[in-house]
Design a protein around this ligand. Structure first.
Ligand SMILES: [Ca+2]
Ligand SMILES: [Ca+2]
Ligand SMILES: [Ca+2]
Ligand SMILES: [Ca+2]
Length: 186
């Protein structure tokens, strides 16, 4: 082989060595870089939370239990969302309180996972019996959630009607009564 040929061959090998692409770095779960095939990679934080990135660089399944497992009318057990978040699963605004105790108890609703007390209906608001007669006014709420009956104070006890005077005399005569006194009831 001629010296020029040998030199060209060596230069060619050197150039190939210099410009050849570097071998791809191995993908590593835990290096803090999300790479192909990884749902996530938070480095040292992998596997340290219930719903966050796992040691396998993926997220726990949606529905996996996490956080508070309290199960009440206003709050269901917490679950992972499959994307790294623990969801509190608070209930919608259900009616949840003591409103069944009476018309004057304002309806309580779930909010933020608890039952929020709405207190009482305003004083004077209608409740109970709405009938309005000579001796009874419509019921209304008073302080403390009490439904007041509101009877009319100027309406006295009801006096039964007297029988006609003629009927009294006839009854007395038929009964053989010879003397009687009539008393008028005032
Ligand atoms: Ca990685
Ligand atoms: Ca919850
Ligand atoms: Ca209440
Ligand atoms: Ca009444």
């Amino acid at each position: 082989m001629r010296p020029q040929t040998t030199l060209a061959l060596l230069l060619g090998l050197l150039a190939a060595k210099i410009w050849a692409p570097a071998p791809a770095a191995a993908q590593v779960c835990g290096n803090g870089v999300q790479e192909a095939g990884e749902q996530c990679d938070t480095g040292p934080a992998n596997g340290t939370t219930e719903c966050g990135c796992s040691l396998a660089c993926d997220f726990p399944f949606s529905g996996n239990p996490c956080g508070s497992q309290s199960d009440t009318l206003c709050d269901d057990p917490d679950t992972c969302d499959g994307a790294g978040v623990c969801v509190p699963n608070h209930a919608p605004a259900y009616a949840c309180g003591d409103e069944a105790q009476g018309d004057c108890f304002a309806t309580d609703y779930c909010g933020g996972g608890v039952c929020v007390d709405s207190g009482f209906e305003p004083v004077g608001q209608g409740c109970g019996d709405e009938s309005d007669t000579q001796c009874d006014n419509p019921d209304t709420c008073t302080a403390g959630g009490i439904c007041a009956a509101n009877p009319d104070p100027i309406c006295g006890p009801i006096i039964p009607a007297l029988p006609p005077l003629g009927a009294v005399l006839l009854a007395a005569a038929l009964g053989g009564v010879t003397a009687f006194r009539l008393r008028r009831v005032s």
